[in-house]
Design a protein around this ligand. Structure first.
Ligand SMILES: [Zn+2]
Length: 200
């Protein structure tokens, strides 16, 4: 479609761009595009400039891979946080739901994915070396990967690496639906999963 006849039609182009977003089908993209057509220019500008701002200003923390505008990020830099525990998550957006539970005050480490033989993602594609380099002074590593096949495989792989280092390695006690995502788990359930985490 790109460069084709439709790209000359601004509305079709917007629908095309929106439908590339995850979870947005053509129907929703069309509805959003028509909505944007109706809103004041200032509202459309606020949306487009906020998209560009996250692209221009945000990056991954050089220590934990969280999304940040300063390096190190606010979690790594906060002297109030418990520096004896690291909570390992798959994606940067998994941190916010864990923070909202109020059950955790330690550090984070974002793997930037999960093991997936089907998609050709092995340990080398994940931020595992940088996790192993952060273990000095750490007592507990909480494996908060998603409760699906890939997240479980990743947790088991990491547990095998971490246990011989003499660390306490724990996994969330999922009362969460198996096959689910941390991102879609309500904070009460996630908070209970954290509080009841079990040792691997
Ligand atoms: Zn950080």
């Amino acid at each position: 479609m790109r460069g084709g006849i439709l790209s000359r039609d601004p509305l079709a182009r917007l629908v095309g761009e929106l439908s590339r977003l995850p979870g947005i089908g053509t129907k929703t993209a069309t509805r959003l595009a028509h909505h944007l057509l109706r809103v004041p220019r200032s509202e459309a500008e606020a949306l487009s400039s906020s998209i560009l701002e996250v692209k221009d200003r945000l990056f991954h923390c050089s220590t934990c891979n969280a999304i940040t505008a300063v390096d190190p990020c606010r979690f790594c830099a906060d002297p109030e946080r418990d520096r004896r525990s690291i909570c390992v998550v798959e994606e940067p957006f998994n941190i916010a739901p864990i923070e909202r539970t109020g059950e955790y005050r330690g550090l984070y480490h974002v793997l930037l994915g999960a093991l997936s033989p089907q998609r050709g993602i092995g340990p080398d594609q994940l931020a595992i070396d940088s996790l192993m380099a952060r273990l000095a002074g750490i007592d507990e590593v909480i494996l908060a990967t998603n409760p699906n096949v890939e997240g479980e495989a990743t947790a088991l792989y990491l547990a095998r690496l971490l246990k011989p280092r003499g660390l306490k390695v724990t996994r969330l006690a999922f009362g969460m639906p198996v096959g689910g995502d941390i991102e879609y788990t309500d904070e009460v359930t996630l908070g209970r999963s954290l509080a009841g985490r079990r040792e691997l």
